[in-house]
Design a protein around this ligand. Structure first.
Ligand code: NI
Length: 253
């Protein structure tokens, strides 16, 4: 069985068939899903989905792309959602320096730090989004040795991976590991211990080959697991089992 530790079923691309897709997952071999929020509205939807489906858990947070203009009320809402029984992490949070039109970097860092401190206060792990912000993300998380979590869709260097692994972090791997132009991922996967990797789809985004460009969903996890298994010289089953155990350990499920 698979655990998709990162899927956005709150996304509007699932508006027409969300219940059908989610309801079918256990029969398709996906027994657990973690749905992170990106703003107050999607965090609320994530919580609602977790209430409705036994196999769905939620994370709540303000994503760096969506945090522009966020208010004290927004932070208070995230904190309140954390009291829900099936909210198992703060996320996704982090830094995104890729898009010019994203909120100012200084503000992103402020929002990231506040949510890290909330996670530490509540003893929850974090789900980190790091896009083209490796140096600053690493600098910030390194200030908090007690912080636990995952670097979602890890895209950094093997050196950064080593540093994070040394500090107890988990690394999330998604569809891009199956892309032909994946350069750093094979090396990172090779060095990542089996007890630190997580399988994620980031649905509806990042569908693996041969579904690239299509709407993604958690039933595509085996294609990511297959690539990882090939790189590590183990079976797909080994990857599925390890990532299930790792996800349950990190998110205490
Ligand atoms: Ni995501």
């Amino acid at each position: 069985m698979y655990f998709d530790t990162h899927a956005h079923y709150d996304d509007e691309r699932f508006d027409t068939d969300r219940d059908a897709v989610l309801g079918a997952l256990p029969r398709a071999g996906v027994s657990l899903v973690l749905n992170p929020g990106c703003d107050v509205a999607s965090s609320r939807t994530a919580v609602e989905l977790a209430r409705r489906y036994a196999h769905v858990y939620a994370a709540v947070g303000l994503h760096p792309e969506n945090c522009g203009g966020c208010t004290e009320e927004d932070f208070a809402a995230v904190r309140a959602f954390c009291a829900e029984e099936k909210v198992v992490a703060v996320g996704e949070i982090g830094l995104d320096y890729y898009w010019e039109e994203n909120p100012p970097r200084e503000f992103q860092r402020e929002v990231f730090v506040r949510q890290i401190e909330l996670a530490l206060e509540l003893d929850l792990p974090v789900i980190v989004h790091d896009r083209d912000a490796h140096g600053d993300c690493f600098e910030i998380v390194s200030r908090y040795p007690a912080l636990r979590g995952v670097f979602h869709c890890f895209s950094g260097s093997p050196e950064l991976a080593q540093e994070l692994l040394k500090r107890g972090w988990y690394l999330g791997f998604d569809g891009p590991v199956t892309f032909k132009n994946a350069k750093k991922a094979p090396e990172v996967i090779a060095l990542c211990p089996m007890d630190r990797l997580l399988l994620e789809t980031d649905s509806p985004y990042l569908a693996p080959v041969p579904f690239r460009g299509e709407r993604n969903d958690s039933t595509k996890l085996p294609w990511i697991a297959e690539k990882i298994a090939a790189l590590k010289g183990c079976s797909v089953q080994d990857v599925a089992e390890a990532s299930m155990e790792n996800g349950r350990r990190l998110f205490r499920i």
